[in-house]
Design a protein around this ligand. Structure first.
Ligand code: HEC
Ligand code: HEC
Ligand code: HEC
Ligand code: HEC
Length: 217
């Protein structure tokens, strides 16, 4: 009986451990090797709709193999952003990785436009057709593509200092959540390759832990 219990418990632990360690992109809605995507991706490869090892877009990193959005977005206006001198954040058109996400999530760009010269397989352009469309109006979405630095934190007064405040991932906000230019982008909150946390979350938002990583409320 005891042995059975131990076996059962260890099976549970072994069985659950992949969840704790993080899954990968396979089987997620970003796995483009799934049969439902075969109509536009006949390569059987997962990554190719977004990345390739050669011949990618030299203006979009990393190794971007998808058409990049050419939409003009309505950017976040906000509460404090609109006050002159408030922290000095300037919201530009989406740049960096956010622009890559919006190359599908703008709801206009074709999902099936990838590969050599970003033409993709011939046929009808396929825009994203579901609720996961963020669209081109970003005025009702968390601001992205702006610098979040110590000056902004100090001026705002209710933001943690990204250079020193730590995250549950082990580094600082700046090293874990901001891009190379110190900007907040979609991947500040999302991990595009890992569906373990709800909605490709970078950090779980249970108890608003994600929000409280940066906001001192
Ligand atoms: C839905 C589009 C998409 C798919 C599919 C995808 N990636 Fe990415 N990948 C991105 C984006 C966007 C970034 C940049 C943002 C970031 O780092 O989170 C990135 C970043 C990366 C990076 C650099 C940063 C890091 O996380 O190490 C590597 C390496 C990478 N991807 C490899 C892969 C591989 C290998 C696959 C297939 C198994 C894959 N990606 C599938 C969109 C995708
Ligand atoms: C090549 C196109 C493509 C790119 C690039 C892309 N996505 Fe997606 N994403 C999809 C598709 C397709 C779905 C599933 C849509 C559906 O069926 O609702 C999806 C779903 C999602 C979902 C909801 C997932 C769920 O399981 O509920 C999130 C969150 C998401 N994407 C975030 C991102 C972020 C953040 C980036 C950039 C770092 C990104 N995506 C880049 C195509 C893309
Ligand atoms: C400040 C953090 C944050 C940023 C920045 C952010 N997201 Fe999200 N996103 C979330 C959270 C949290 C959820 C889950 C919301 C829920 O369903 O409770 C989410 C949900 C989503 C979903 C699923 C559909 C939905 O509306 O719930 C998509 C798709 C998505 N995000 C894409 C993006 C893209 C693309 C960007 C950049 C343009 C982005 N996100 C920037 C935090 C963020
Ligand atoms: C990576 C850090 C980070 C994360 C995570 C984050 N935020 Fe933010 N958020 C910011 C920064 C920086 C600003 C800009 C504040 C400023 O200009 O003073 C901001 C702005 C905002 C604003 C608008 C303030 C204004 O002036 O209009 C709201 C509301 C907000 N965040 C809520 C949230 C919520 C809710 C979450 C969790 C889903 C979240 N944030 C997650 C960094 C973050």
């Amino acid at each position: 009986m005891k042995i059975k219990k131990i076996v059962l418990i260890s099976t549970l632990i072994v069985g659950l451990s992949p969840l704790c360690l993080g899954q990968n992109i396979k089987g997620s809605s970003h796995d483009f090797a799934q049969s439902k995507n075969a109509a536009y991706n006949s390569t059987g490869e997962l990554c190719i709709v977004c990345h390739a090892p050669h011949g990618t877009d030299p203006t979009a990193v990393p190794l971007w193999n998808h058409h990049t959005t050419s939409q003009v977005f309505n950017t976040y206006i906000g509460y404090k952003f609109s006050l002159p001198g408030y922290g000095g954040s300037t919201i530009t058109q989406p740049d960096g990785a956010s622009k890559l996400c919006l190359s599908c999530h703008d709801g206009v760009s074709a999902m099936n436009q990838f590969g050599g010269m970003f033409q993709g397989p011939s046929g009808t352009p396929l825009p994203m057709t579901t609720n996961d469309r963020i669209g081109t109006d970003l005025t009702n979405d968390h601001p992205i593509s702006f610098v979040y630095n110590t000056t902004l934190a100090t001026t705002d007064g209710r933001l943690k200092d990204p250079a020193t405040a730590t995250t549950s991932l082990g580094g600082t906000i700046a090293t874990d959540l901001l891009d190379i230019n110190g900007k907040v982008q979609c991947p500040s909150c999302h991990e595009v390759h890992d569906p373990t946390i709800y909605r490709f979350g970078k950090i779980s938002n249970a108890g608003s832990a994600l929000c409280l990583t940066c906001h001192n409320k």
